[in-house]
Design a protein around this ligand. Structure first.
Ligand SMILES: Cc1cc2nc3c(=O)[nH]c(=O)nc-3n(C[C@H](O)[C@H](O)[C@H](O)COP(=O)(O)OP(=O)(O)OC[C@H]3O[C@@H](n4cnc5c(N)ncnc54)[C@H](O)[C@@H]3O)c2cc1C
Length: 252
């Protein structure tokens, strides 16, 4: 249908789409309902990779023993999304496809080096998460493709997710961080640039033995937050640096 009856907008839990319709920012008039495609909901291990279907909801993720064991920071991020209603409807695929830099699962998937699996009538392609976003709310997904699942390699080290918003529930992030601290340190942040960012310069500085203060300076230089309705660039820079120090406190 996406190939033959274009244009059609896929709809999953509709928690973003419905808001866009209400605000009048969504022009498309035809939708393709994915909700009944149970095949896109599975959470399993395939060839050593954690595979999470695009239609897995936050509640599915929070309840999944596999996610809690292999990617606990994704369960932690999911627990902080919206409230119970949003967690029961909102999907991982919707969060990623919606492409907001404030999407809470995006830093987790970036830090975990996830692969986005896209499928169309023509075939399947796997896109590294680091190459999925091309700019503010832009992705490499073609209009005839669906995100069908995410594949996440085993993660070594301690995982940490922290979201800073106006309050603990039902708030859009001002800054979010996902980090992995093991032999190497991996850091990804949301809401500090037009897309989710992997702090690769900061990671490289830490690999060279940089102090926490040096790493914080590199991070503040590396990110590009903006002033907007939710926060200021200066606040976001400082909070990102503080979160980095908290993450590094967790080093073994
Ligand atoms: C009250 C409220 C609170 C919220 N709180 C948070 C929060 O704390 N953190 C957060 O990150 N988000 C939050 N959100 C935003 C939203 O709930 C999430 O982004 C959610 O994951 C979207 O998933 P969905 O299935 O509802 O997507 P939908 O609304 O169905 O779709 C969103 C976009 O993704 C596309 N899409 C969906 N699935 C696919 C697919 N499989 N393949 C290709 N394209 C697809 C759709 O075409 C659409 O463009 C909140 C929303 C509301 C209304």
């Amino acid at each position: 249908m996406l190939r033959d009856e274009a244009p059609a907008t896929p709809m999953a839990g509709c928690t973003d789409l419905y808001v866009a319709l209400n605000f009048g920012t969504l022009a498309e008039a035809r939708f393709l309902n994915l909700w009944t495609l149970d095949a896109l909901r599975a959470i399993e291990v395939r060839s050593g990779l954690l595979s999470i279907g695009a239609l897995a909801t936050y509640s599915d993720i929070i309840r999944s023993p596999l996610v809690r064991r292999r990617l606990p920071m994704l369960a932690a991020a999911s627990r902080e999304v919206g409230g119970a209603q949003i967690q029961n409807r909102g999907t991982l695929g919707g969060n990623v496809a919606n492409a907001s830099p404030a999407g809470d699962t995006l830093p987790v998937l970036a830090a975990a080096d996830a692969i986005v699996v896209l499928q169309s009538a023509a075939g399947t392609r796997r896109v590294p998460f680091s190459g999925f976003y091309t700019g503010y709310r832009r992705t490499v997904r073609r209009a005839d493709e669906l995100i069908v699942r995410f594949e996440i390699p085993a993660v070594a080290g301690r995982q940490w997710f922290r979201k800073v918003g106006t309050r603990a529930a039902q708030a859009i992030s001002k800054v979010a961080i996902a980090g992995i601290v093991g032999d190497e340190v991996r850091i990804a942040l949301g809401s500090v640039a037009p897309t989710v960012v992997r702090a690769s310069r900061t990671e490289a500085a830490l690999a060279r033995g940089a102090s926490v203060a040096e790493a914080q300076r590199t991070l503040m230089d590396e990110i590009a937050p903006i002033d907007d309705i939710r926060s200021t660039a200066e606040y976001r820079r400082r909070v990102a640096a503080n979160l980095l120090a908290r993450l590094l406190d967790r080093r073994p």
